[in-house]
Design a binder for this molecule. Structure first.
Ligand code: DC
Length: 230
């Protein structure tokens, strides 16, 4: 069967990764979490003290070092889940902390960061057979993707999901802080000058506010079957 490119975009914490990962596994495609790549660059910035006390970033220093930041993925042998590597080091857990979450939008708004990561993402998808999730996958990274999904859910539901996910991992977090972070990231993601979050004209909208994970999985597989069986 011919392989296609699948772009899944949407707001933060709306369950994109879960459904994208599950579909990729089921149909034997590569899965790429593009948000993890922006998070890995953010972690690099934190480790190298590139954030100023006022919350801004030393973009000049980051641009100088952007070529030194190597991001890759590998499948965990035991869980079969993808892990993000920053210069060869597994940073999958570290890139999911609140510290990274609260700074990542600033990094993702930098044109030269986006340019470098989009190039890498396009390279990863050049042979198709890929499911990639993010904010600009259907609009910028793969504008010709055969299947584009745009996922939405209310901010409160998304914050609750993130809260449950982090507490399940043993992190102590506050729901109010997460909700504020979700709302602020929505604002920055939608209003940034470079590649703001928007639905591609040919994307299918999925509001999963009231859907369970298995329901989303079935919905996505049905849409995939329709597109590939024509
Ligand atoms: O999906 P996520 O929450 O892990 O993404 C982290 C951040 O990266 C999010 O605030 C927006 C940004 N991002 C982006 O700008 N473009 C992408 N393709 C993916 C993520």
């Amino acid at each position: 069967m011919r392989k296609i490119t699948i772009a899944i975009d949407g707001f933060s914490s709306c369950g994109k990764s879960t459904m994208a990962k599950d579909l990729a596994k089921e149909i034997g495609y590569i899965y790429i979490d593009s948000g993890a790549m922006y998070r890995a660059v953010t972690l690099y910035c934190l480790r190298n003290n590139l954030f100023n006390d006022d919350g801004g970033i030393d973009a000049v220093a980051l641009e100088k070092h952007i070529g030194d930041i190597k991001i890759s993925f590998r499948l965990n042998d035991i869980t079969s889940r993808p892990e993000t590597l920053l210069n060869g080091e597994n940073v999958e857990t570290e890139i999911r902390t609140m510290e990274v979450s609260s700074k990542v939008s600033i990094v993702a708004a930098l044109g030269f960061v986006r340019e470098a990561l989009v190039k890498l993402q396009q390279e990863m998808g050049k042979n198709k057979g890929i499911v990639m999730d993010g904010r600009d996958i259907g609009t910028v990274v793969f504008p010709d993707a055969e299947l584009k999904i745009f996922v939405i859910a209310s901010a409160e539901i998304r914050a609750k999901r993130r809260y449950d996910e982090l507490t399940a991992k043993g992190q102590t977090v506050s729901y109010e802080e997460i909700l504020a972070n979700v709302v602020e990231r929505d604002r920055i993601d939608q209003t940034r000058e470079v590649s703001p979050l928007r639905k591609a004209d040919d994307a299918i909208v999925l509001d999963n506010s009231d859907m369970s994970i298995p329901e989303q999985k079935i919905w996505l597989k049905n849409v995939f079957d329709k597109v590939t069986n024509v």
